[in-house]
Design a protein around this ligand. Sequence first.
Ligand SMILES: Cc1cc2nc3c(=O)[nH]c(=O)nc-3n(C[C@H](O)[C@H](O)[C@H](O)COP(=O)(O)OP(=O)(O)OC[C@H]3O[C@@H](n4cnc5c(N)ncnc54)[C@H](O)[C@@H]3O)c2cc1C
Length: 389
Amino acid sequence: MTRTAEAIVIGGGVMGTSILYNLAARGLKGVLLERDKLGSGGTGRSSGLIRMHYSTEVNCRLAWESFHVFKEWPERVGGQAPQFIKTGFMAIAGPDAADGLRHNVALQRSVGIETYEVPLKEARKLAPAFHFDEDEAFAWEPESGHGDPSGTAMAFAARARELGAKVVLESPALSIEVGGGRVSAVTTARERYETPIVIVAAGPWSPRLLAPLGIRIPITCTRHEVFFLRRNPDEVPSHPSGVDVKNLIYFRPEGADLTLVGNGNVEDEADPDGYNPKPTMSYLEDVWLRLAKRIPGIADAEFFTGYAGLYDSSPDEHPIVDAVEGIEGLYLCAGFSGHGFKESPAVGVCMAELVLDGASRFMDISPLRMSRFKSGTLNTITYKFRVIA
Ligand SMILES: Cc1cc2nc3c(=O)[nH]c(=O)nc-3n(C[C@H](O)[C@H](O)[C@H](O)COP(=O)(O)OP(=O)(O)OC[C@H]3O[C@@H](n4cnc5c(N)ncnc54)[C@H](O)[C@@H]3O)c2cc1C
């Protein structure tokens, strides 16, 4: 059956749903196609950290603007607010990365983010369960924490629906049609949607959707594993969230007595349709040992559960948020590696402006343009630690 749509958004993760909502809030009632359920990609397996410690201005600003949306959801978006838990966030660097940490703190402060370097004595007060070395440097974000990525996608979708947008589940986009230099339609197994606007926000699957149009995007997919430990509350009653650049891990508390931990190191490429979603013992042992170097009392915790999800990453660990050159009406929003959740509210605003106004006025997203890979003007990151791009 042929239908018409003002716009088609492909992908029901945090990006697609945020874009759908922001378009609807500006009066454009789009249709979102999701091949499975909302949040069934990287979003549903995300660790949910919300913090601002990044090494480029564009990431700091996207995270900072989004942070305000998470904190003030009822006023900014409306509807049922997804969870936000404040835990405080500490970045920890050894002497080789201390300059990078200071660069990031100065950059964040220039953007207006509430963060500062703290001395060892204060770090010990903020995180009594942590082991620290005398030569380490510490950055502290008192207001940061974590949210609920699937709940956020649901909340964006619910608001978009209230504003007249549609969400179609279990409906993979099979092809994007182009004629006369512009997009004309998207087909699924049951429908053909004629539309002047198509936004690809399909995370790791985005390159496959664009390849038949002759568009090659340098986004690769890697498997990223995380697990939860149940702490012994006598040894580690609580702790803040953080990234540990020395031991290449990140972590956060969950509920009363769980700790989530993930790896900050480079990981193996994966096939998004055929990766192993289960925890692996070698990874568990390696990452748990690294975590116990930072939180010694967690060495005898109980393994609670674990799983793997997918990062979609570009060569400079920054996403592509841009119109596709040469095909009018076609847009791409993908490649967020390990930081898309916390940036999704602001990215939705930028994408809506790009589509409706021809450029993002809300903030400068030119560092995320697609042409940077051809011109070689890639974003420079401070640490060889992929979650702090
Ligand atoms: C384990 C893990 C931990 C993470 N931790 C954090 C964190 O702590 N903080 C943070 O900010 N970020 C984190 N991230 C990153 C963040 O979760 C992602 O960047 C973000 O969720 C990406 O959202 P997305 O909408 O771009 O992609 P996805 O969530 O992958 O959504 C893409 C959607 O497109 C759908 N799709 C694919 N092909 C088609 C098609 N042909 N037709 C229709 N639909 C299609 C998929 O089913 C999927 O639902 C983590 C990611 C992982 C995997």
